[in-house]
Every structure is written in C-alpha cells, then in structure tokens.
Design a protein around this ligand. Structure first.
Ligand SMILES: *Cc1c(COP(=O)(O)O)cnc(C)c1O
Length: 375
C-alpha cells in the first residue's frame, strides 16, 4: 500500500470560486491566474475547473504551451512578458498576449518579424516598485508601442501592493489600500486609449463591487480561485463564500499514550501536562506541511478539530486526540481543505499560525504527494 497521504483537487470548488470572483465584477472579463502550476494545484487539473474564465494568466512559457495543448483557444497572458527576444516567436505561434514592463521588451518587439498581431499589456509601476514603467515614462512607452506594426492592442495595467490590507490613511509606513496607486495610475493614463486591468483577488473582492476603476475591463484573481481568503484573518473563506480547492489528506499511522511530563518529537517542544493520547500522522515538511507550525495549529481527525503537538518532522507530525477519542491508526486526517465528511479547515487557518499565507502552502505542496482531481 502506498503511504496514505494525498492531495485532492476539487474541480467543483474551482468552478464555484470562479463564479464568486465574477460576482464581484460581473461586467469585467476575468483572467484566471494559473501561474506556479496553478498555485500548486496542477495546470491540467485547474483548467478542468476554470474553463469559465475569459483567459488564463501565467508566467512560464511552457505553462502557456500546456494550456494551449489542453485545447484552450482563448486569451493567454504572460504576466511578466518575454524574458528574451526569441520568446516572441512562441507568442506569435501560440497567440500569447504578453506584458511589457521595461524598455528592452519594446526593442525586442520592434525587431520581431511577424504577421501575427500582438496584444500587449503595458505595465505601470504605480508604487509597488516591482515591475513596470514609472508614471513619468509610461506615456512614451505607450506611444512607442502604438507606433509598432506588430502591436494590435495595448491594455493599461498595474498591480496593487496593499489591496489586501486595511487602509490606514495618514499613518507613515501603514498600508494605504489601493487609492494612492489608483490615483497615480489614473493620472498617468489620462487620455490613453485601451482597456485596463488592475485588480488581483484582494482588489477584485474588496474594491471592484463598488469601484469601477478597480473593476476596469479585466480582473486578475488568483488565490481566491483556489479557496484562500485574500484578506485573512480580517475575513475568511466562509465570509467570501469560497471553497477550498485543495485538500491535503492523510491518515494516522500510530497512536501514543502520554503521561504527564512526556514530550513529543524533536526538541521535545510539547510537554504533556496530563495523561493524553496523541496520533501520529503520515505528513511532514517533506510533503509541504510547514515546519514552522506551532503547537495548537488546527488539524482535522475524522473531521474533528484537533491541535498539532510537537515539532513537525520530515515525514510525520503529531496531534492531540483528546477531542476525538475514537480515533485510531487508519483514521482520516485533513491537514487543510475538506474532510471526506465535508468539515472544512481553510488553508489560511494553517498558514496564519505558521507565519505564512495560504499562497505559500498551496504552492509548496511537495512533488512526492500523489495528487488527484475529484468533483
Ligand atoms: C499573481 C498575480 C495576480 C493574482 O494575484 P492574487 O493575489 O493571487 O489574486 C494578479 N496579477 C499579477 C500581475 C500577478 O502576478
């Protein structure tokens, strides 16, 4: 028998979350962001649940190729654009839309011989200081692109740094929501024609319903499609009516009876205060479970909430079985997602105590975990 751990990808949840994201910006087109192998879910598996999108946005050219091979004939957007001039050959051949965020990408396009009209997303650095033209350089980049015969359309694009955080106006160094970047973007694009795209999951859920600037023509949700709340712990997936798209499930492979003073695992981080039973789960950091998870991190055993005890090892972790006295070796354990009895433990509730975000956990699911689609 194989080791009992597996990851389930819930196609129905992906489709549900896509509908929820759309409901926040019903008049906008929607890019399903499937970068990083669909946030660890697998492009092929995610594609099955996300075909209601208007396009797929990603970074790697080989992932773009895989989406085309799946039969998708609609738009595919490269969110970082081309990395070298010959990437444009693939863009022409596979009709990939691509982001232009620095001058040399325009040089490459100007030198690219093609009959294929290119759809370009021109990115502005409106304050995040990651990718994009400065507001001052944006207009001349737009003018240069619009003069190229290779270019058929230019979409105006930017990305928010603080869309997931509570705006705290006036406090130096505090998050500022989207208003400051939105104002920079609006001012620098005034009078420029073209569609617009600004919102990730957080902005699409939190701002798009009441802010037409945030809705724009295209929204670009990623993490919400996979069932993680973009502004946890302010709001959880239940508040946004999102469903986990990934369940990491395993089983108890042993139990231990502890007496007061007994300890659990490396470093003896957990010390029993009273007689108790613990379960040992076939899941560790080599499977993608965060080693930084503290005692008490929630784990479902037979659908019942229990708490992690002791340091996570490479291949195992331990849980306090006090809330589920009937548990024994073979009992189902849900590390995040849905139990087979449909109890839900959101990935955010595991990420938060471990000092990270749902994004990182889902992307870090280990290759050794067998993954299957259901629903
Ligand atoms: C990853 C990414 C997104 C999606 O972000 P989420 O926070 O996962 O919704 C949107 N736009 C760009 C440019 C991205 O790189």
């Amino acid at each position: 028998m194989p080791r009992p751990i597996e990851a389930l990808i819930h196609t129905d949840a992906l489709a549900h979350n896509l509908r929820r994201a759309r409901a926040h910006a019903p008049d906008a087109k929607l890019w399903a962001v499937v970068k990083a192998n669909a946030y660890g879910h697998g492009i092929e598996r995610a594609y099955a649940g996300l075909q209601g999108a208007d396009g797929f946005a990603l970074l790697d050219l080989d992932e773009a190729q895989r989406v085309r091979e799946l039969g998708w004939r609609g738009p595919i957007l490269l969110l970082e654009g081309c990395f070298e001039p010959r990437d444009l050959e693939l863009c022409s051949r596979l009709h990939l839309w691509h982001t232009v965020h620095r001058e040399s990408q325009i040089d490459w396009l100007a030198a690219h011989k093609t009959q294929q009209p290119h759809q370009v997303f021109l990115k502005m650095n409106s304050g995040m200081n990651r990718l994009g033209f400065t507001p001052a350089a944006y207009r001349s980049a737009w003018l240069r692109l619009s003069g190229l015969t290779q270019v058929e359309s230019i979409t105006l694009m930017t990305h928010f740094a603080d869309a997931d955080l509570r705006a705290d106006a006036g406090v130096p160094g505090a998050p500022r929501g989207i208003d400051r970047q939105m104002a920079v973007f609006d001012a620098a694009t005034e009078g420029l024609s073209g569609e617009r795209s600004v919102s990730n999951s957080a902005a699409a859920l939190r701002y798009a319903p009441h802010d037409s600037g945030a809705r724009a023509d295209w929204v670009r949700p990623g993490v919400a499609l996979y069932g993680s709340s973009p502004d946890f712990p302010t709001r959880g997936i239940a508040d946004w009516d999102l469903q986990p798209a990934m369940s990491l499930r395993s089983k108890l492979i042993a139990t231990q009876e502890l007496q007061p003073g007994d300890t659990v695992g490396y470093g003896s981080r957990f010390v029993a205060e009273q007689p108790m039973r613990i379960g040992v789960v076939a899941c560790g950091y080599a499977d993608g479970y965060p080693r930084s998870a503290p005692n008490g991190t929630p784990v479902l055993v037979d659908g019942v909430r229990c708490g992690l005890v002791g340091r996570v090892s490479m291949d195992t972790l331990a849980v306090d079985l006090t809330p589920v006295s009937a548990a024994r070796p073979g009992s189902e354990v849900t590390l995040w997602g849905r139990s087979s009895r449909r109890a839900v433990l959101s990935i955010d509730e595991v990420a938060q105590p471990a000092g990270t975000v749902g994004y990182e956990l889902m992307c870090a699911l280990s290759a050794r975990v067998p993954t299957v689609s259901i629903g």
